[in-house]
Design a binder for this molecule. Sequence first.
Ligand code: FEO
Length: 147
Amino acid sequence: MPIIAWNDTYRTGIDIVDAQHRKLFDAINGLHDAMASGKGRAHVAETLSFLADYTMKHFADEERLMTTHGYPGYAEHKKIHDRLVAQVNALVAQLASGAAPTLEVSDFLSDWLKHHIDEVDRGYIPFFKSVGVAKDTKAGPAVAVAT
Ligand code: FEO
């Protein structure tokens, strides 16, 4: 059963970001399923590792969009990304050193992602609309994403 479900309120109007956010939702659900169903440590570690790698890819792509277009909130946003990367790397290291995987990990990540999209990523939508990168999420044609 999914721990986190996508809906359109999470849309930013930037196709690549929305596709990556959806994939992160799927990856967190995959991690949760692996833990909840008692899959072995190796499978959980592999799932968490994929999630960690994909999170870093998403952050790098999102940050590139910000720097390419001169988003004024870039530095603060990047600090928040960097904090999560450090936390995820610590989780990966704990698992690698023998700690038992717990559902608190997928709970933490799902809460973090929902909050981050709602409270932090949402903050850049007006800017990216103003520079023609984000679609109007209510109406309007698709706009090519410069990545
Ligand atoms: Fe979509 Fe700021 O992460």
